[in-house]
Design a protein around this ligand. Structure first.
Ligand SMILES: Nc1ncnc2c1ncn2[C@@H]1O[C@H](COP(=O)(O)OP(=O)(O)O)[C@@H](O)[C@H]1O
Ligand SMILES: [Mg+2]
Length: 260
């Protein structure tokens, strides 16, 4: 594998199966990193399954998956993961500092000097905008703040790309916007890419480089300008979707009718 091919997340004719069921196939794309990519598709179309393939938690049924030029399992430390349910039972009483520190995996924890470790925790907390909250207990944080803590925890291994499963789902509009800005900031200030499962593209749309869309049992990738298309989104969601471009150059999508 050449180094020029290494800074990508690449699928070659991948089929994903659960049990005896093919969830999707024909997945072939090469996404340069760092970039911001949305993963969209109806419920059960295999969005979480895609993340599990990239994390090496699931083997492809056929085809190859390469994460930064390696097999997913070998590349797992280069990815951060914020699962859909990031709440760890019993974590309520941990402080932000303790919880974020838990993100450090493997024996690096033991040989790194505590000072280096502390700096890394501080950097991760700073990166997600939780500086000043270090001593607060998780149970005293809002949902949006807890999510930031989960992202900080996933930053502890200095990943090149973050995988996030529906991180916008339980946030109000303002916090959705703040999360999108955080994802953008990680990309701009720390060169960390994100692959984000979403149902609504709008919060992330201003920062989005491309979209993986799971349509009719196949996995596709297209740059944002091609994927944010009325016919495509209408077909994907099964209800009429309008794409609006404002005079200021902003784009947003909206559902304009009911599913047939
Ligand atoms: N561990 C599993 N074993 C068997 N089937 C599964 C498993 N996980 C998910 N599935 C099935 O695979 C399909 C895709 O699931 P998933 O990737 O979670 O979809 P999405 O995230 O798009 O909602 C669903 O039909 C789901 O029921
Ligand atoms: Mg899912």
């Amino acid at each position: 594998m050449t180094s020029s091919a290494a800074a990508t997340i690449a699928l070659t004719d991948v089929a994903a199966r659960r049990g005896n069921t093919t969830i999707w196939d024909q997945g072939s794309f090469d996404i340069p990193q760092p970039s911001i990519t949305a993963v969209i598709g109806p419920n059960g179309s295999g969005k979480s399954t895609l993340l599990h393939l990239l994390l090496g938690l699931l083997e492809p049924y056929s085809g190859t998956v390469e994460v930064f030029g390696s097999e997913p399992r070998e590349a797992s430390e280069q990815l951060g993961f914020v699962p859909q349910s990031y709440h760890v039972p019993g974590s309520d009483y941990l402080t932000v500092l303790e919880y974020v520190r838990l993100g450090k995996i493997g024996n690096q924890f033991f040989w790194r000097s505590p000072k280096g470790m502390d700096q890394q925790v501080a950097d991760a907390i700073e990166a997600v905008g939780l500086a000043g909250y270090e001593r607060r207990r998780l149970r005293h944080l809002s949902g949006g703040e807890q999510q930031r803590a989960a992202i900080a925890q996933s930053l502890m291994n200095q990943p090149k790309t973050l995988l996030m499963d529906e991180p916008f789902a339980s946030l109000d509009v303002r916090h959705q916007q703040r999360l999108a800005e955080l994802i953008h900031g990680l990309r701009m200030d720390h060169s960390i890419g994100s692959l984000v499962v979403v149902h609504d593209l709008n919060p992330i749309l201003p920062y989005l480089d491309g979209v993986i869309y799971l349509l009719d049992g196949h996995a596709h990738y297209a740059p944002t300008s091609e994927a944010v298309d009325e016919d495509l989104l209408t077909h994907l969601y099964g209800c009429p979707v309008q794409v609006t471009r404002t005079a200021q150059g902003d784009i947003f999508t909206r559902v304009t009718g009911h599913a047939p």
